[in-house]
Design a protein around this ligand. Structure first.
Ligand SMILES: NC(=O)c1ccc[n+]([C@@H]2O[C@H](COP(=O)([O-])OP(=O)(O)OC[C@H]3O[C@@H](n4cnc5c(N)ncnc54)[C@H](O)[C@@H]3O)[C@@H](O)[C@H]2O)c1
Length: 409
């Protein structure tokens, strides 16, 4: 029940509580937030008090095994929104209990974990889906549509940047970021965008980073990092993508985050800037502190609708709703049988865990390269599906190769 719960799950569940969810494929479905599992329960109790009748009365589990206790109730699906190195254990419990899973990005941190979760999902005939809301950003949908329709032809290079404010490393995530980097949980937005939009086979991952602000300059905690991925396409041609991330941007930055992309094609160029979509607003004593000067009204904006209703909407919430529609269709759909509907839903590459392999491979490679760097061996390279294994780390000047994952990525 952290930040992402408040920004996306909460508004979805509140709207569903009030209106239900209608889908022509299965009719009206009631969706209620039945239970939550957290470490201390404090935020759950605070939310319950503040929300009043905006939400159904939900049960709050804490203590030694809150997830297991929650799973013992009759919940139908579970959303995992813990810090990213705690996704796997919760996700495994969810699937083992035969409940549908929606896990925040990055799904998990290793391919071994993907294999385990997928085997469970298939055995239990459950959905195992990942939230990548940037795929639903209208600008990214347009980019993909132009690629899909072959208007933009063959990507050659790209760069993406996502810079988070110091508040993220200094307070929001300070409890868990020791030994971590900002790339794993935000570069992954763009790794997925690149992987999903352009297809191709991931070949190589390299990375570097900077230290000294969030932690000691020779320690394992990173202020910022830069990674490069090389992809190969069906015709044998390659493209390279650079992704820069940080969590040390000044808190008085005019937007919540800085997000920019550029992709160059054989016949075109795409430049996108999520913060500069056209609005700048200054309010004395508020901007850029408790309100930002440039705002992203597409992700998750609070509005007074023209018809008077207060709403919170955007692609960050839409992506949660899509998943719940999938669960509803699977369980209550009127066409085909459940097995055929399950097959149809697991083939959706934008969110199915089975389609997350190259993304997790890139994350696993990034983590391994930064770990070696912190241990005094910078500039390692990870190659994908080469003669030695699925994910193999090479050190400069060394014959030794570390197989991070032996199966095929
Ligand atoms: N889709 C997005 O764009 C987006 C944006 C932000 C965060 N996220 C993802 O959401 C996840 C959570 O991020 P956040 O920003 O909400 O973080 P947060 O630190 O605000 O919240 C994390 C919450 O998990 C709780 N928690 C920690 N360990 C737990 C455990 N073992 N069991 C139950 N609860 C536990 C914490 O108490 C906290 O309430 C991360 O994986 C992050 O990558 C996604």
């Amino acid at each position: 029940m952290g930040m992402i719960f408040d920004e996306t799950y909460r508004p979805f569940f509140e709207k569903a509580h009030q209106e239900g969810l209608y889908d022509a494929r299965c009719g009206l479905v009631n969706v209620s937030l039945d239970a939550v599992a957290t470490r201390t329960g404090k935020r759950a109790e605070k939310y319950k008090t503040e929300a009043g009748d905006k939400i159904s009365p939900f049960r709050s589990f804490t203590g030694n095994a809150p997830t297991a206790d929650m799973l013992a109730t009759d919940v139908d699906f579970v959303c995992v929104a813990t810090p990213d190195d705690r996704h796997f254990s919760a996700a495994k419990e969810v699937l083992t209990a035969g409940k549908h899973l929606l896990v925040e990005k990055p799904s998990v941190l290793t391919l071994q974990e993907v294999d385990e979760l997928l085997a469970l999902a298939r055995a239990k005939k459950c959905l195992a889906k990942v939230v990548y809301h940037k795929l639903l950003d209208p600008d990214h949908k347009k980019l993909r549509s132009l690629v899909y329709d072959d208007v933009l032809k063959h990507v050659n290079t790209g760069y993406c940047t996502l810079l988070e404010p110091k508040a993220i490393s200094g307070s929001q995530f300070s409890e868990w970021i020791t030994g971590r980097n900002p790339g794993t949980y935000v570069a992954v937005h763009y790794i997925k965008l690149i992987d999903f939009t352009f297809g191709g086979k991931l070949k190589t991952v390299t990375a570097t980073g900077q230290r000294g602000l969030v932690g000691p300059q020779d320690g394992p905690t990173w202020d910022s990092c830069q990674m490069r991925m090389v992809y190969e396409y069906e015709d044998g041609r390659e493209a390279a993508f650079d992704i820069h991330t940080s969590w040390v941007t000044p808190d008085n930055f005019p937007g919540y985050v800085e997000q920019e992309v550029q992709f160059r094609f054989d016949n075109g160029l795409w430049n996108g800037h999520s913060r500069k979509r056209g609005v700048e607003c200054t309010v004395e004593e508020h901007t850029p502190f408790d309100m930002k000067i440039s705002m992203n009204n597409h992700y998750n904006g609070s509005f007074v609708e023209p018809w008077g209703e207060r709403s919170q909407r955007g692609y960050g919430i839409e992506v949660i709703e899509r998943f719940v529609r999938e669960v509803a269709y699977l369980e209550f759909g009127k066409t085909g049988d459940r097995d055929s509907r399950l097959q149809e839903l697991t083939a959706l590459h934008y969110n199915d865990l089975s389609a997350d392999r190259q993304v997790v491979a890139a994350v696993q490679a990034l983590e391994a390269i930064l770990e070696r760097h912190a241990a005094g061996e910078p500039d390692c390279v990870v190659r994908v599906n080469d003669a030695k294994g699925g994910l193999v780390l090479y050190r400069p000047g060394s014959e030794q190769a570390d197989v991070l994952y032996s199966g095929t990525v």
